[in-house]
Design a protein around this ligand. Structure first.
Ligand code: ZN
Length: 455
């Protein structure tokens, strides 16, 4: 096989800064990077190249997920009609049963499913580390490597147990020293800041109601010392707002600002209950929001003010969130839901189809600090690319293929490349056996459920 390949004859949607699109175009990939992007069919130069016929397809950047909890693949379908706090209270005991094997199986299935929906960069926020559970973070990173996606792992944490006024039960929390030591070790072992990196690591205490102020401060110091990013859940529910006002005398955003948790190296999951002042604060500090519309709707938490965030200039990406609060976990579906919810809330101009796709690609890359390498189709960038079939019954004949992607049902994924290497081809994973991943998910789900049922 030649080192140079050409995706030819497809519609090309670049998501570059000028949003170039070519009704018929081609992309040349060389050594895992994009060499050129141009309108019209490829004109052979006599070089040895592999040509992929993209006729009937639309080519986009690979999708970038910015918030997830992969271990939850083993706990889908619980507390299906509950609020966030009820849902968490029901699930914490089940999550307390996870271990390295369970997380490896859940992550493999969850990542495989995401890859099949066009996600080439998977972020994970893992914050449950039961005693004796083994190297759960390592298990996720290994799963991502096996499937072939790019991976942004975060070492999450909880140190505010129920006996100290927090929400999680005491047996799933760790001490600050344990958390900081493990976070530093995860950065040392796995974080790769290089241009060709396949794994990066961030620091991510779970939420204001499950971690102490001391941990948030120390985590920020550690992350900034090491030059890695910070992430947590914020402004997801009114219960959280009440908790912060009662315990800290401040709204969640003011609390975070008071402890140095705003800045261009920080992004928050959800960001629903922000007032106008909070939105201006996010924009002024360059703090990002991972909008997770399906999960927010599933838990009845509310709708993120995407239009206002964009107008203010705050960075926005999309997240599927954990599969326990979004059993579908399809990033293209998040783009669709982001658009529909924004318009339901703010009228027909609240979010455009290209803005929704932008949030799912280059917007997400910005939140992860990875925008120089991924998120758009531009010469020199990593060849993380999706080729979607638009010539099947669901989309054939549609006037605007971007509308087909965002407003239509997710199209069949003909090809997904990560650093130029196929991860999905013809709608199937190239490097993993989907039946084996499903069997692993069954085993992992049984494993965590069994002790609860026995009890
Ligand atoms: Zn979450």
């Amino acid at each position: 096989m030649s080192a140079v390949s050409v995706l030819d004859g497809c519609t090309v949607v670049t998501m570059d800064s000028e949003q170039h699109e070519y009704a018929v175009g081609h992309v040349v990939i060389d050594g895992g990077r994009i060499r050129s992007v141009a309108p019209g069919p490829y004109v052979p130069t006599g070089d040895d190249v592999d040509i992929v016929d993209g006729t009937g397809c639309v080519l986009t950047p690979g999708l970038v997920n910015t918030h997830h909890h992969l271990y939850q693949w083993a706990t889908r379908g619980y507390a299906v009609d509950a609020t966030l706090f009820e849902w968490l209270t029901a699930l914490y005991p089940v999550w307390g049963n996870i271990n390295e094997r369970v997380v490896g199986q859940a992550a493999s299935a969850g990542i495989g499913h995401l890859a099949l929906s066009g996600c080439t960069t998977v972020m994970d926020h893992h914050y449950v580390f039961p005693r004796g559970g083994g190297d759960v973070l390592g298990a996720e990173i290994e799963a991502a490597g096996d499937i072939g996606v790019r991976f942004f792992a975060t070492r999450g944490s909880m140190d505010l147990g129920r006996s100290d006024g927090g929400l999680p039960p005491d047996h799933v929390v760790e001490s600050i020293d344990e958390i900081l030591h493990a976070s530093a070790a995860a950065i040392d072992l796995h974080h790769d800041a290089s241009a060709d990196s396949m794994v990066r690591v961030g620091v991510a205490p779970c939420s204001p109601f499950s971690v102490t102020t001391d941990l948030l401060r120390e985590a920020a110091t550690l992350a900034r010392d090491r030059g890695v990013r910070l992430h947590t859940h914020l402004a997801e529910t009114l219960d959280e707002d009440d908790f912060c006002r009662e315990r800290f005398g401040q709204a969640p955003i003011d609390y975070m600002e008071s402890i140095g948790w705003l800045g261009p190296d920080v992004w928050f999951a959800h960001g629903i209950h922000f007032d106008d002042k909070a939105i201006r604060t996010l924009a002024r500090t360059g703090t990002g929001v991972a909008h997770c519309p399906s999960s927010n709707a599933r838990l009845g938490a509310g709708v993120c003010r995407t239009r206002d965030l964009l107008d203010a200039g705050a960075p926005i990406g999309l997240g599927v969130d954990g599969a326990a609060s979004n059993e579908a976990t399809s990033l293209l579906e998040e783009a669709r839901h982001a658009l529909l919810f924004a318009r339901a809330l703010g009228g027909p101009t609240a979010l455009g189809v290209r803005q929704a796709l932008e949030a799912a690609t280059i917007g997400g890359a910005r939140l992860l600090g990875w925008e120089d390498e991924i998120g758009s189709i531009e010469p020199g960038k990593q060849a993380d690319v999706c080729l979607w079939r638009m010539d099947t019954l669901a989309h054939a004949g549609i006037a605007d293929p971007v509308a087909g992607l965002v407003l239509g049902t997710p199209p069949p994924l003909e090809l997904a490349l990560v650093a130029g290497r196929p991860v999905v081809r013809g709608g199937h994973l190239t490097r993993a056996d989907e039946a084996a991943l499903a069997a692993g998910a069954v085993e992992a789900s049984r494993q965590v459920r069994a002790p609860v049922l026995a009890g």
